[in-house]
Every structure is written in structure tokens, then in C-alpha cells.
Design a protein around this ligand. Structure first.
Ligand code: C5P
Length: 309
């Protein structure tokens, strides 16, 4: 009697979104990317990515935020799997993504799915990747992907992919205002270049004031240091976001910024009760499409479910 081939049990990885507490954009490099100095924080909005052995490569996307995510080879999760296939002799997988991270919103949702897929494949096929191998694959897929594996609070340099730990105390509470439609990250960087015109842009260096604020664990201190060099470009492409930022501050946020390249806006609040109040006020105001509350820092991509039966 011949036994059936062993099929590994599907693996589900939960991966967070990110917000940039500081995003300093330097000059455009010869490779087209911009030199960055950024501080990332992983926040508790999650995608769950389930990877299962399959006859053919494929990806499906579900959940209330799934609209607009490609279910083909353009999907960054599937690109991550195909990249792993070029390095290791692995069989095809189907990837099922349940989206809780806003799409094209400046919260690295696509990068998160790529990060989750790398971690899931490592478990599914027992690849035994070490931290460095994972980071190398991750940075090939996108500037934010290594951070979504690491999670927590970290500084990013290079084009964002070179990580260094940051000493941060406490838990911070956020309200994210989701916007209608998305913004293309390359378009926002291009607009940033256009607005700066021929200005001589210095190489970005992290500010000491943000690092000190993070050591206090005090949201008031952090709120005063939030900054995003892409904000002017996002507002230029989406002038309606200025109204959202103003509403958030009016209804009690300690600080508000465009998240990454936008159009999601991020509001830092005093505590979780203040988060509920702000979420209710923003929803009632009618200036935002939808809101999400979250806290950070949280862990990076991690396995939440692997059936062993
Ligand atoms: O690395 P990732 O694929 O996430 O970047 C998306 C786009 O954002 C790039 O193609 C580039 O236009 C822009 N970008 C940039 N400088 C960075 C990171 C991203 O210009 N440091």
C-alpha cells in the first residue's frame, strides 16, 4: 500500500500595520528611492495571512477592507512567495489574506502581507530562515517589509529598510481616520520632489527630541514631536485631508499627522477612553469615511495558528 504524500498544515500569520512617528525625507538617490530617516511604530490593526500548500500559486483577499487589492501576480504577498521560490525549491501555495489594514492608506498594508507570507512560508516549508535571511528577502520586496517582520518601535534608514532598535516606554493610543480612495506612494514622493523644486535637501538625521519623547512614555511629549515630510505632498494631492486633521485636533487629539504617504490620518490620544471619544466625534462629524482605534507598539508578523493534527 502506498501512503499519501505528506501535506503540511496551513499556517496563519498575523501582521500589524505601521505608523511613522517621524518621517524625514532626504534627497532622491540615483536608484530613484529617497534617503529616509524614519521611526516606525507597529500598531494593532492586523491582516491575517493563511498560507496553504496548493496545486497552483494563488491569492485571495477577504474582509471589509479587501476592495481594490489585486488577486493576481501583482499582489505583494504572492510576489513574496515567488521570490522565496527563486531561492528555495518550494511547492506552490495558496495565500488567503483577511484585511484589517486600510488599503493604499500609508499604513504599509501590502508590505505587511509580504512580511506575513515570508514568515508563514518559513514555517510551512520548514525553511529555518535566520533573521538576516528574512530581512534580506523582506528588503527586496519593499522598504517597509523588514519593519513589519520586526514590529515594536524602530528607526529606519537607507530607504527605510535598515532597522535599528529604539528605546520606547509605554503604550500609545491612536485613532486612524480612513479616507475615501487611496494614494499612490510613488505619486506622493514625486509630489514631494515637485514641491521642493530644486531645493538642496540635506541627508536626513533622526531628531533627538523624538527619541527623548519616546523614553518618557508620555503621549503629550510624543504628540509634540510627530512629523512627516510627506504630509505637504499628501495634502497637495488630497486637500480634503486638511479638514480631517483640523477636526481631529478640534475633537481632542494630542497630535495628528498624515500616516506615511496617506491618505489615512493618525491621531495620538491620551488614553483608550479619549480614543473612543475621538472616534465617535470624528464619525459624527461626517468628515471621515470610517475610523479605527489601535494601540502600539505591538509585535511584528507572528504565527497565530498552525494545525498540528
Ligand atoms: O519600497 P516600496 O516598494 O514600498 O516603495 C514604493 C515606492 O515609494 C517606490 O517605488 C518609490 O517611488 C517610493 N519610495 C521612495 N523612497 C523611499 C521609499 C519609497 O521614493 N525611501
Amino acid at each position: 500500500m502506498t501512503s499519501a504524500p505528506l501535506v503540511p498544515a496551513p499556517v496563519t500569520v498575523r501582521v500589524p500595520a505601521k505608523v511613522n512617528l517621524e518621517l524625514l525625507v532626504g534627497p532622491r538617490r540615483p536608484d530613484g528611492y529617497h534617503a529616509l530617516s524614519t521611526v516606525f511604530q507597529a500598531v494593532s490593526l492586523y491582516d491575517d495571512v493563511t498560507v496553504a500548500a496548493a496545486a497552483d500559486w494563488g491569492v485571495t483577499v477577504s474582509g471589509p477592507l479587501a476592495a481594490g487589492v489585486p488577486e493576481n501576480g501583482d499582489n505583494l504577498a504572492l510576489r513574496a512567495a515567488r521570490l522565496v521560490e527563486t531561492h528555495f525549491d518550494i511547492d506552490p501555495v495558496h495565500i488567503a489574506i483577511r484585511k484589517g489594514i486600510p488599503v493604499a492608506g500609508g499604513m504599509a498594508g501590502g508590505s505587511a502581507d509580504a512580511a506575513a507570507t515570508l514568515v508563514a512560508l518559513d514555517h510551512l516549508w520548514d525553511l529555518d530562515l535566520d533573521r538576516e535571511e528574512l530581512e534580506d528577502l523582506a528588503s527586496e520586496l519593499g522598504s517597509d517589509v523588514p519593519f513589519l517582520i520586526a514590529g515594536g518601535t524602530a528607526m529606519g534608514s537607507g530607504r527605510g529598510e535598515l532597522l535599528a532598535p529604539v528605546l520606547a516606554r509605554g503604550t500609545y493610543h491612536w485613532v486612524f481616520a480612513l479616507a475615501e480612495g487611496g494614494l499612490s506612494t510613488p505619486a506622493v514622493y514625486a509630489e514631494c520632489d515637485r514641491l521642493r523644486d530644486d531645493e538642496d535637501v540635506p541627508d536626513p538625521v533622526p531628531t533627538a527630541a523624538l527619541m527623548s519623547a519616546l523614553r518618557t512614555g508620555d503621549p503629550h511629549e510624543l504628540a509634540a514631536q510627530l512629523s512627516n515630510d510627506l504630509q505637504a505632498a499628501s495634502l497637495s494631492l488630497r486637500p480634503d485631508l486638511a479638514e480631517v486633521l483640523a477636526a481631529g485636533m478640534e475633537y481632542g487629539a494630542l497630535g495628528g499627522i498624515v500616516s506615511g504617504s496617506g491618505p489615512t490620518t493618525a491621531f495620538l490620544v491620551e488614553n483608550s477612553e479619549a480614543g473612543i471619544d475621538l472616534a465617535v466625534a470624528l464619525t459624527a462629524s461626517g468628515v471621515v469615511r470610517d475610523v479605527r482605534r489601535a494601540s502600539g507598539p505591538v509585535h511584528g508578523a507572528h504565527v497565530i495558528h498552525q494545525r498540528t493534527d
